[in-house]
Design a protein around this ligand. Sequence first.
Ligand code: FES
Ligand code: FES
Length: 172
Amino acid sequence: MPNKSLVTLRVNGATYEVAVRPHDTLAQALREGCGLTGTKVGCDLGTCGCCTVIADGRPVLSCLTLALEAEGKDLRTIESLARGAELHPVQEAFATCGGSQCGYCTPGFVMTTVSLLEHEPSPSRERIKDAISGNLCRCTGYVKIIDAVERAAGRLRAARAPADHPSLQPQG
Ligand code: FES
Ligand code: FES
């Protein structure tokens, strides 16, 4: 294992020991070391957003993050979202609104959206545009993606509503 060292990555609640070179990116470690190929690599230069994952609650570009830097962080990838055949509301919204066509950019947009809506449940369209400005899509024209983020926000707010309003909880 010349020039490689073992790094421990916590991804989607599981622990992976991955042998990496000093210059290996988190994207490489996730895809080749952990077998989590849902994270895509487009430009490999920090310009397209395809490789976005969530680290300690915030979106990061995994092509610009060294694997060694990611040790100790709570990492989440697109594989963390669906529950079996049940899509996460953000994934469902992208599918329903036509926010995914060739799909190559979609994991990055979805992870950016998940992080946005965890911090800001009711973003305006302008705020959504700002939040996804680091993600590029050559297929959709973006309107359907913004529609999808709005739909997902509505679904997530509705899902949270009973917890936010105890009076709406079913009475035993
Ligand atoms: S692959 Fe990371 S930003 Fe394009
Ligand atoms: S759906 Fe093809 S690049 Fe976005």
